[in-house]
Design a protein around this ligand. Structure first.
Ligand SMILES: [Zn+2]
Ligand SMILES: [Zn+2]
Length: 211
């Protein structure tokens, strides 16, 4: 997904020139028409939103983190986050890749923290979309808040598939999602409780008391 908001045409042009007008993801030439460009953050903005810090925000918002790609190409395809392996696979001159590696190294610990939040959220959902229940890989999962009024913390995190993420954007739908999530959690807690009781030391007593 490309972001264009608040990025000046000059900055975009610089990013275009840095790769010689080549889409770094697929290696094919980009259109000269700026309207057809998609501006992608190599290190996604989501990282500093979930793992806040001034330094990391500055790095991610810096022009060196911007690349022009085709609208259907983006860094997240098939891999959830930047890695040195991803950088090696890109279509760019070695000096461009060297810059990317240096940028990544600066924020690597934060990226790892972000990935851990995402992984633990997805694991708690048994690797399924928190809305439709479809099986989900870490790369395809979108990490977002259950309740947008609350902070971005693990307790308020949910992993959705791309489709559900785009669909659930109205307030009403978000509310529904939060309710669904709360009900599911309550159900799981109840399940855990009852299985504990069955195995628990007082289970005989309880059985005996039944008529
Ligand atoms: Zn491309
Ligand atoms: Zn879904």
């Amino acid at each position: 997904m490309g972001y264009r908001a608040n990025i000046s045409k000059t900055t975009q042009k610089k990013a275009f020139d840095r790769t010689g007008g080549i889409c770094i993801v697929c290696g094919r030439p980009l259109s000269r028409n700026q309207a057809k460009w998609s501006v992608d953050h190599f290190i996604p903005r989501a990282v500093y939103k979930w793992v806040p810090g001034r330094k990391i925000q500055r790095t991610i918002e810096s022009p060196e983190n911007l690349y022009i790609v085709h609208p259907h190409c983006n860094f997240r395809k098939g891999s959830s986050l930047p890695t040195n392996q991803l950088i090696s696979s890109l279509h760019a001159e070695e000096d461009v890749k060297e810059n990317m590696r240096a940028l990544y190294k600066k924020v690597e610990d934060k990226v790892i923290q972000y990935r851990a939040i995402k992984q633990s959220t997805l694991d708690s959902q048994h690797k399924k979309c928190g809305n439709c229940g479809r099986r989900l890989s870490l790369g395809d999962a979108v990490l977002r808040r259950i309740d947008d009024e609350q902070d971005r913390v693990r307790e308020n995190a949910i992993c959705l598939c791309e489709r559900c993420n785009t669909r659930i954007c109205s307030k009403k739908r978000k509310q529904k999602l939060a309710e669904k999530h709360a009900a599911k959690n309550a159900e799981e807690t109840e399940k855990r409780k009852s299985s504990k009781q069955q195995k628990g030391p007082d289970s005989h007593e309880k059985k005996a008391r039944r008529p």
